[in-house]
Write a protein that binds this ligand. Structure first.
Ligand code: BES
Ligand code: ZN
Length: 448
């Protein structure tokens, strides 16, 4: 299942300048709502969960998803394989499982090679044009930052190599089109481990994003001797993704409140997605195993959603398929996304809510953390960017649990890069998330 693997010279020289990868903090108010209190002597019902949540099981699933399967991009075979893995697991626990298929926008897959046979990792934005099967073979044109004045007549028919910065990606592409370019490659201006992901809409030319190191190497090794590159862009249409849903209702019939536990299992291209989001997926799978065995008074649903990374598409579809009555009965969404990083600065568990306000989910987690003595501080923070948004938009109280650095709100530097691997995952922190979210959910659904 492993894809990639044979990156040649250009990619091997990829350097990670960790400091440049910090996601700039967005300054919203942060409220520390719970802090390590040591063991408060958890209730007997908490013990039923935390004594059974297995750190090893969670870690093994993160390992399998990120190392054995690898990147799980929406619409790909790897994403489907993962969906099936999750489905089989839930069936083995005795859940009723539903697979919900949905369409996603056409998927663009790229391949870039120099005339020396060196392969260069390239990201293709969904708005790029496709090429023929043979691809576009052309010389490179050094178009600087991509201002109109950066293009001379010499640019016509060549692939414009443009640096990120100052102008939007879209404007750079428009200027290349005006100059008669045959294609566009945009390279990063900071050292990030994965190729640049330039967002472009409706380009009549093929467009790719590459790393800073790759861009500079192409200028030096290929453009300087008027060599060529071949850029292939394949459009996979009618692509689909899927949500895997497991349900468990109380034994006695009737209409019950519903709790939704969600985690996305897809990743961005080239990222094994160990933290984002094999971590949340594996914790949710372990919660499903443990929560299967106890009597409950509310309905429990696990939504393992696809296509989060292309715009929360899976969770949006999941919520759209709930009936009005189901929405009315839905009291909470516990969304886990990036809960296991070992990055030392990420000492806090953030509870992101769309409006920055506390809700039943965050309040339940605070109460649980105080009972069980969750070691990390819990921070209430205003942030979207994950599947809790889809639930919030439908009026369901939702929290995204995510590990971050307190005060700065920085994410781990491996975020959305090929370095988001099992090496940067903490088994202890996975267990901490499983205990906190698992015991919180159980405190709400358990039969007294
Ligand atoms: N795991 C991240 C979530 C995230 C990042 C949450 C930063 C909170 C803060 C998620 O998978 C992601 O990358 N989301 C995208 C947006 C999404 C709508 C495609 C993002 O934040 O860029
Ligand atoms: Zn994510």
């Amino acid at each position: 299942m492993k894809i990639g693997g044979k990156f040649k010279v250009i990619m091997l020289s990829m350097v990670l300048a960790v400091s440049s990868l910090y996601v700039m903090p967005i300054q919203f108010s942060q409220t520390i709502v719970a802090q390590a209190k040591g063991d408060q002597g958890e209730a007997a019902f908490d013990q039923k969960i935390i004594s059974r949540i297995s750190a090893e099981r969670i870690y093994e699933d993160v390992h399998y998803l990120s190392e054995t399967i690898g990147p799980r991009v929406a619409g790909t075979e790897e994403e489907k394989f993962t969906a099936n893995y999750i489905k089989e697991r839930l069936l083995s626990y005795g859940y009723e499982v539903e697979v919900q298929d949905f369409n996603i926008p056409d998927l663009k897959v790229g391949h870039l090679q120099t005339d020396n046979g060196d392969e260069v990792l390239v990201n293709i934005p969904s708005g790029s044009a496709a090429t023929t099967e043979e691809g576009l073979t052309a010389e490179l044109y050094d178009a600087g930052l991509g201002y109109p004045t950066d293009f001379t007549e010499d640019a016509a028919g060549k692939i414009a190599l443009i640096s990120r910065g100052e102008l939007t990606f879209q404007v750079k592409v428009e200027n290349a089109i005006a100059a008669g370019s045959a294609g566009v490659l945009i390279y990063n201006n900071i050292d990030q481990a994965g190729p640049l992901n330039p967002s472009i809409t409706n380009s009549p030319l093929p467009v790719g994003g590459i790393t800073k190191v790759s861009g500079e190497a192409l200028l030096e090794d290929v453009a300087s001797r008027n060599g060529t590159v071949t850029l292939k862009v394949n459009s996979i249409s009618n692509a689909t993704s899927q949500n895997i849903i497991a349900k468990r209702a109380p034994n006695k019939g009737g209409n019950h409140d519903i709790l939704h536990v969600s985690a996305h299992y897809d990743s961005v291209p080239f990222a094994p997605g160990a933290s984002d989001n094999a971590s949340g997926t594996a914790v949710a799978l372990e919660m499903a195993r443990v929560l299967k065995s106890y009597p409950i008074e509310k309905e429990l649903r696990f939504a393992f959603v696809g296509a989060e990374e292309i715009g929360l598409v899976g969770s949006h579809y999941y919520v759209s398929q709930l009936t009005e009555d189901e929405i009315d009965r839905s009291i909470a969404n516990f969304n886990m996304d990036m809960v296991g990083t070992s990055w030392e600065n990420a000492t806090a568990i953030f509870m992101n809510t769309v409006d920055g306000q506390a809700n039943i989910v965050s309040e339940t987690a605070v109460a649980t953390a105080e009972r069980i003595g969750t070691p990390s501080e819990l921070v209430l923070y205003q942030r979207g960017s994950s599947d809790h948004v889809s639930f919030h938009d439908a009026g369901i109280a939702a929290v995204n649990f995510i590990r971050r650095e307190p005060r700065t709100a920085n994410l781990e530097p491996y975020y959305h890069t090929p370095l988001d691997t099992i090496e940067h995952i903490s088994e202890e922190r996975l267990k901490e998330a499983g205990d906190l979210v698992g015991a919180s959910v159980y405190s709400l659904i358990r039969k007294n």
